[in-house]
Design a protein around this ligand. Structure first.
Ligand code: CA2
Length: 140
């Protein structure tokens, strides 16, 4: 089984700043933990700060992988293009947010992704990615 994990802008700073909100582990440190937890899964990881690159990777992996775990970060709240890309592909997408977006600023309550995703997880820290992977495995 092949799962793509796609992270949006600024998530390359995980573990370096705003640790009270996003925790103290970088995604590069967390990825090997996930790989060890799910040895039967082939993971592909992509992070970008550029909206068009994220759209490109959603399109590409959306016809090649068995599922996508997507944290579009701030683009969640602004990007019609990312929502459209999810609607255009074949594979299930699980939207993950590390923080509880509903307990923060008003603008974070709007997601252009949730309606197109198979489901959404928020507020459970990095464990949200693990739960998303478990769901995708169960679905396959
Ligand atoms: O909670 C999440 O996962 C978010 O997608 C994170 C985004 C935010 O805009 C969304 O509303 C919720 C922000 C990612 C920024 O990540 C940083 C990590 C460490 C230091 C600074 C930023």
């Amino acid at each position: 089984m092949k799962i793509a994990i796609i992270n949006g802008p600024n998530l390359n700073l995980l573990g370096k700043r705003e640790k009270d909100i996003y925790g103290d582990m970088s995604f590069e440190k967390y990825l090997p933990v996930l790989r060890e937890m799910f040895p039967s899964v082939t993971f592909y990881y992509f992070q970008s700060n550029i909206e068009g690159e994220l759209v490109g990777e959603i399109q590409r992996t959306g016809f090649e992988y068995d599922g996508i775990v997507l944290n579009p970060a701030a683009y969640t709240h602004t990007s019609v293009a990312i929502g459209d890309a999810i609607a255009a592909i074949k594979v299930p997408v699980v939207e993950v947010h590390i923080s509880n977006v509903h307990a923060r600023e008003e603008f974070r309550k709007l997601s252009y992704v949730s309606a197109k995703a198979a489901g959404s997880i928020f507020g459970l820290g990095l464990q949200g990615y693990e739960l998303a992977v478990r769901w995708l495995i169960g679905k396959a």
